[in-house]
Ligand binder design. Structure first.
Ligand SMILES: CCCCC/C=C/C(=O)SCCNC(=O)CCNC(=O)[C@H](O)C(C)(C)COP(=O)(O)OP(=O)(O)OC[C@H]1O[C@@H](n2cnc3c(N)ncnc32)[C@H](O)[C@@H]1OP(=O)(O)O
Ligand SMILES: NC(=O)C1=CN([C@@H]2O[C@H](COP(=O)(O)OP(=O)(O)OC[C@H]3O[C@@H](n4cnc5c(N)ncnc54)[C@H](OP(=O)(O)O)[C@@H]3O)[C@@H](O)[C@H]2O)C=CC1
Length: 300
């Protein structure tokens, strides 16, 4: 168990109720843990409820231990709880999950649409059903959850939504379904930021580069190993992201500190989206004029 703790204030999300889809593994688990460690009641849900129950138990224990280790007040802790088994592809199940959350925890202030995924397949070999399965999971599923949260709670009370997408700026060879679906989520996010502005709902995306999650990489089998061999050396940071690096951006977007940010995409990719054609080396010296005040020692 790591001794990692959030950079944010321990009571940042006190009295907030959050829903994290796919919160039982990988990035969603890290987000759920950070939100709960900052005071929120976090409902997690996915298709595999047993997995979510086990994750919730582990996270709650980890948070308690972390509080003791760092001399933090135990009463500041939030907690992770588990909603009904839900496939976000199923509109009725999603409506039920949102209803359950509001009925049981009395509000729904924060929503993280993290559930999703895809498989590796060249476009020419991809069946229509395979394409639709991925679009329905990522794009339609995210729409289902956003709309149900809005209808049942956020329209009248405001709220804050973050959608997790994926580095799709340069297309996604062998993952055309997911690249298209995530581009769709980003555009849908812009639309909703306008339509739901009057209700006091902010909605943004976090677009990760490649994030090391056991659950995510296991899913790809040998293709995952190949990605590690081929992609890792080509990344400007020469490393993948940790789930906590994604969570940190999500927490900022869910906080009041980002109160003027809506309809945006925050890339957390170590600069990899800008490095797909590394045609030149950039010398180690200042090129862009400083805006504001920067001490000399902070420049090369
Ligand atoms: C290592 C590099 C990482 C790059 C960055 C991205 C990382 C991540 O996203 S990590 C997250 C990883 N986690 C997941 O992906 C888990 C979620 N995935 C799923 O739940 C499923 O894979 C699914 C939703 C994408 C599809 O599930 P489902 O609807 O249950 O699919 P079916 O088995 O019913 O099949 C429907 C249709 O799709 C075809 N298909 C399924 N898998 C493949 C495959 N590997 N290759 C080709 N085609 C596939 C399947 O054949 C069906 O079509 P028909 O054959 O026409 O009936
Ligand atoms: N790891 C990476 O490099 C990157 C990941 N992403 C995205 O981040 C998100 C989290 O990925 P990661 O943590 O790595 O991988 P995981 O496989 O751990 O996360 C995917 C989660 O989504 C849930 N899920 C999948 N389909 C559904 C569904 N139909 N209904 C409800 N829940 C569902 C899964 O739970 P269950 O199976 O129980 O339903 C699982 O908890 C995904 O959207 C992923 O595509 C984006 C960029 C890079």
């Amino acid at each position: 168990m790591s001794s990692w703790q959030s950079v944010f204030h321990p009571t940042l999300f006190t009295n907030k109720v959050a829903l994290v889809t796919g919160g039982g593994s990988g990035i969603g688990r890290a987000i759920s843990k950070e939100l709960a460690s900052l005071g929120a009641t976090v409902v997690i849900a996915s298709r595999d409820r047993e997995k979510c129950l086990q994750a919730a138990r582990e996270i709650n224990d980890e948070i308690t231990l972390c509080c003791s280790r760092h001399g933090r007040k135990l009463e500041d802790r939030g907690r992770v709880v588990v909603g009904p088994s839900t496939s976000i592809r199923d509109e009725e199940e999603v409506q039920n999950l949102i209803h359950h959350t509001i009925e049981k925890y009395k509000s729904l202030n924060l929503l993280v649409n993290n559930a999703g995924g895809q498989f590796v397949c060249a476009a020419e070999e991809l069946s229509s059903k395979g394409f639709q399965a991925v679009v329905q999971t990522n794009l339609t599923g995210t729409f289902h959850v956003c709309r149900a949260a809005y209808e049942q709670y956020m329209r009248d009370h405001g709220g804050n939504i973050v959608n997790i997408t994926l580095g799709n700026r340069n297309g996604m060879p062998n993952m055309i379904h997911s690249g298209a679906a995530r581009a769709g989520i980003e555009n849908m996010t812009i639309t909703l930021s306008q339509e739901w502005m009057e209700s006091g709902v902010r909605i943004n995306c976090v677009r990760p580069g490649i994030v090391w999650t056991d659950s995510g990489f296991e899913n790809y089998g040998p293709a995952g190993d190949l990605f590690v061999e081929k992609i890792l050396p080509s990344l400007p940071a020469k490393r993948f992201a940790s789930p906590e690096e994604i969570s940190s951006a999500v927490c900022w977007l869910l906080s009041e500190g980002s109160s003027y940010v809506t309809g945006s995409v925050v890339s957390v990719d170590g600069g990899s989206a800008f490095h797909f054609l590394p045609l030149i080396d950039i010398e180690d010296t200042n090129h862009l004029p400083v805006y504001g005040v920067l001490p000399r020692k902070a420049k090369l």
